[in-house]
Design a protein around this ligand. Structure first.
Ligand code: SF4
Length: 80
């Protein structure tokens, strides 16, 4: 599956998590676990450049990482 299709799938599969993460980032109300989660993602082979939104995405689930780590979502590989 192409990265663009993964991103679309990530948005479609996780709209509430993405919305929560987006609002947390936009309002500066970061999730208490966001930094620890992102540190794990930083060392993960599934972290990729996001060709649409910039920054980074998870190639396993298609989610943009900044929003994912700031939501109640779970790592699809159980790393956090
Ligand atoms: S969410 Fe999980 S699988 Fe995706 S980049 Fe982060 S640690 Fe890796």
């Amino acid at each position: 599956m192409s990265r663009v299709k993964k991103i679309i799938k990530g948005l479609a599969d996780n709209p509430m998590d993405i919305a929560e993460g987006f609002i947390r980032v936009a309002t500066g109300n970061e999730h208490p676990c966001a930094s620890d989660r992102m540190a794990i993602c930083d060392d993960c082979e599934k972290k990729e450049d996001d060709p649409i939104f910039g920054g980074f995405m998870c190639s396993e689930c298609g989610c943009h990482l900044k929003e994912k780590v700031n939501s109640d979502a779970k790592c699809p590989l159980g790393k956090w």
